[in-house]
Design a protein around this ligand. Structure first.
Ligand SMILES: *Cc1c(COP(=O)(O)O)cnc(C)c1O
Length: 227
């Protein structure tokens, strides 16, 4: 299936889920997870009607997106990979949302940079719902304290994000994230990838992050990333 046809199928799934699932969000965002994809492939997706992309690495995003956004200023870019504090300045300048805030020190650095530049970038707290040691994200039991810290320093937090463990049913993780967001009074739920986006939509996802289903299988990653 071509990219445009796939996107059509996904849009149809969204409509079907909305009819059958009371928790479904009315207008979930479809994000193209474009790590490893070159600019021509991303432009193909823009042509097919996709306007939001997620990148895992600041450097890769910086190499690809300024030229794309020069041509298509409506294109939005989210960071969905781990952020080091020494890249906060670049990240705040480049991204329209940062979905991977997982520690107070990073929140502090982001707030400081936003205050300095006057640029406000909505953030998500990434929660390691499966408590996997190798995975980024704050532990579920520490999420509330991190959210309180963000609130105290005035960091704009829009919602929560998670990547459930491989090989486990994802629904309990989505349900956990949903419940945490409700408790914290946060509206956005970034959850659902190629293999589980339908389950995430049923649980109220407001942002599905799709890589392989849109772009095809990736070549093996050369280094580590969030997934
Ligand atoms: C790569 C990636 C995705 C997309 O994963 P697919 O399984 O290819 O859809 C989503 N979220 C994050 C954080 C990723 O790193």
């Amino acid at each position: 299936m071509g990219l445009a046809a796939t996107l059509e199928t996904i849009r149809k799934t969204i409509e079907d889920v909305k009819k059958n699932s009371p928790l479904a969000s009315p207008h979930p965002l479809i994000m193209g997870a474009s790590k490893g994809q070159d600019a021509s492939r991303i432009l193909e997706a823009v042509d097919a009607g996709l306007s939001c992309f997620g990148e895992n690495r600041v450097q890769e995003a910086e190499a690809k997106f300024p030229a794309i956004r020069e041509r298509f200023p409506g294109v939005r870019l989210h960071l969905i990979g781990p952020l080091q504090t020494n890249k906060v300045r670049q990240a705040v300048a480049l991204f329209d949302a940062i979905q991977t805030v997982d520690r107070a020190r990073l929140a502090d650095a982001l707030k400081e940079e936003m205050a300095k530049t006057g640029r406000t970038v909505p953030c998500f707290i990434q929660v390691n719902t499966g408590k996997e040691p190798q995975k980024a994200g704050v532990a579920p039991e520490e999420a509330e304290a991190l959210a309180a810290h963000c609130l105290a320093i005035g960091l704009p937090v829009a919602g929560l994000m998670c990547v459930p463990p491989h090989g486990q049913p994802p629904a309990p993780h989505f349900a956990m994230l949903r419940e945490m967001a409700r408790t914290l009074g946060l509206a956005e739920l970034s959850m659902g990838m190629s293999d589980d986006y339908e389950a995430a939509l049923r649980m109220g996802s407001t942002c599905i992050r799709l890589g392989r289903i849109l772009f095809g299988e990736r070549p093996p990653a050369s280094g580590k990333d969030a997934a």
